[in-house]
Design a protein around this ligand. Structure first.
Ligand code: SF4
Length: 479
């Protein structure tokens, strides 16, 4: 049986995936192997995902970003999903989770796996609910069947809410927002209905056996994550976190690559301590956070409230950040929301990496700052996190080609451009400025540069036409 990246790393093998990751992260392959062997990093890479360009998730590497996409009961248009996947990859998502709960689940998932160069994650309990009709009608056999089928389809990581235990549920009674995780609320309803323990917990070793056979990375879901800052770090959240630590050790014993999911909503000043607590309880397992949102008052702007928390989390060792879009709490995100959410999270991840002093992280900043001071507008656009938006905003007021040579923009105007005034005042002493930037030699050149984020998709199939065609064919043959 093919072994997992974790098992091979423990045996001292540097796999082709580890070599590729080392190339992308600009580090020694042995560093990658050691991180995977220790469980402090994971390379989600299902044996059946042939289109995958391997990447790594771990605190000592560049902070990664996940984009959630997927249909809902009310919005299940495949063309929209295709565009979201395309947009997610184009604007720098490192992984994508298909959280579809609408129709054609298999077809969409298969199409995503077939053409996506980035890892695909799922939450199998959603499909189990859809097939069972309601949470209480889910059976253990159905759960295991769905998990195994998705593993066979090539899903690289699956979120399993195995840490929500019966004894944790009363601890949520005093909360402002109760249980806000979809997976957590489904498992709570099942446990109440059956007066029994969480089957994902009681059958966790069987699930691990499935994951080990396909090298599916388990993402231990935080079903009791706080949904309001008042609920952050409460007894329910921390009780579940301790269970996630226990499950981390079980999964690793089975050779399963493991990461742990985190909140949610949390005041800014609590994030650092919480990160340290997770690291200790879960033996350094990569922490994958949703935000966290640092305030609850800004629906419509929660890509910003959460990016603030995500930056702090990245500074304190978050391995991956699950993006939040402006539609959080309000509705299903569309293509433009995906773009805005990803931009916010690439900023958070990069700012966190800069603040954490990761090698080469600030080289990108130095390069664009130099271009800015040089009035090299084309280079500035090229280096911008979202080049299209930077150029279009500039061109709204100064659209002509001659304006690309201008020593000002419309913000301050020609007479009051401080950089132009500064340069004129310096005259010959301009050469004294310390502005040496060799981006080509930097880790930033291979890890962070736009427009594809941390992923080199050159040479890989573009998602658009191929995915659409495949999915449409598959959907036609779906029941
Ligand atoms: S005009 Fe103002 S904003 Fe524009 S380049 Fe000059 S200093 Fe910067």
């Amino acid at each position: 049986m093919a072994r997992t990246q974790l098992q091979r790393a423990r045996d001292g093998e540097v796999t082709p995936a580890m070599d590729r990751v080392a190339e992308r992260e600009n580090c020694d392959p042995e560093v990658v192997r050691e991180s995977v062997a220790s469980g402090e990093a994971v390379i989600p890479s299902n044996h059946a995902h042939d289109a995958l360009d391997p990447m790594i998730i771990g605190a000592e590497f560049g902070t990664k970003i996940n984009a959630n996409i997927g249909t809902s009961e009310t919005t299940s248009d495949y063309d929209t999903e295709r565009e979201k996947l395309h947009t997610a990859i184009e604007y720098g998502a490192d992984t994508v989770m298909d959280l579809s709960t609408g129709s054609n689940l298999d077809s969409i998932r298969t199409a995503h796996v077939e053409h996506s160069p980035i890892p695909l994650g799922t939450v199998p309990i959603y499909e189990a609910v859809k097939r069972a009709g309601s949470p209480e009608d889910i059976t253990v056999d159905l759960l295991l069947e769905v998990i195994e089928k998705q593993a066979e389809q090539g899903v690289d990581y699956q979120t399993i809410h195995a840490g929500v235990l019966r004894e944790h549920l009363p601890k949520t009674d005093g909360r402002v927002t109760g249980i806000v995780s979809r997976g957590g609320s489904i498992m709570a309803e099942w446990m109440e209905a059956h007066d029994a323990q969480n089957p994902l917990y009681t059958h966790f070793e069987e699930i691990c056996a499935i994951f080990a056979a396909h090298d599916v990375t388990v993402s231990l879901g935080d079903g009791l994550r706080p949904g309001a800052i008042a609920d952050a770090n409460d007894a329910a959240q921390l009780a579940e976190l301790r269970t996630l630590g226990e499950l981390t050790r079980v999964a690793r014993e089975h050779g399963v690559q493991t990461m742990v999911e985190g909140p949610g909503h949390m005041p800014l000043d609590e994030i650092g301590d919480h990160m340290a607590q997770q690291r200790e309880i879960c033996d350094g397992a990569p922490y994958y956070l949703l935000g966290p949102l640092v305030t609850d008052v800004a629906p419509g702007y929660d890509h910003i409230t959460s990016a603030i928390g995500a930056t702090e989390a990245a500074r304190h060792g978050a391995a991956m950040l699950c993006y939040v879009t402006p539609k959080e709490h309000l509705g299903l995100p569309d293509d433009e929301d995906v773009r805005d959410g990803l931009a916010a999270y690439r900023i958070a991840a990069h700012a966190g990496d800069v603040a954490a002093g990761k090698p080469g992280a600030s080289d990108w900043d130095d390069a664009i700052s130099a271009a800015r001071y040089d009035f090299d507008w084309r280079r500035q656009f090229e280096l911008a996190l979202d080049p299209d938006r930077a150029k279009s905003y500039h061109d709204q007021t100064l659209p002509d080609d001659t304006h690309k040579e201008a020593r000002y923009c419309s913000m301050c105007g020609a007479d009051f451009c401080s950089m132009r005034i500064d340069q004129d005042a310096r005259g010959d002493s301009m050469a004294d400025l310390n502005r040496s930037v060799d981006l080509a030699e930097s880790a930033a050149a291979s890890v962070n540069l736009p427009p594809t984020g941390t992923h080199d998709t050159s040479g890989l199939p573009t998602v658009s036409a191929a995915v659409c065609e495949h999915a449409e064919n598959a959907i036609e043959s779906d029941d």
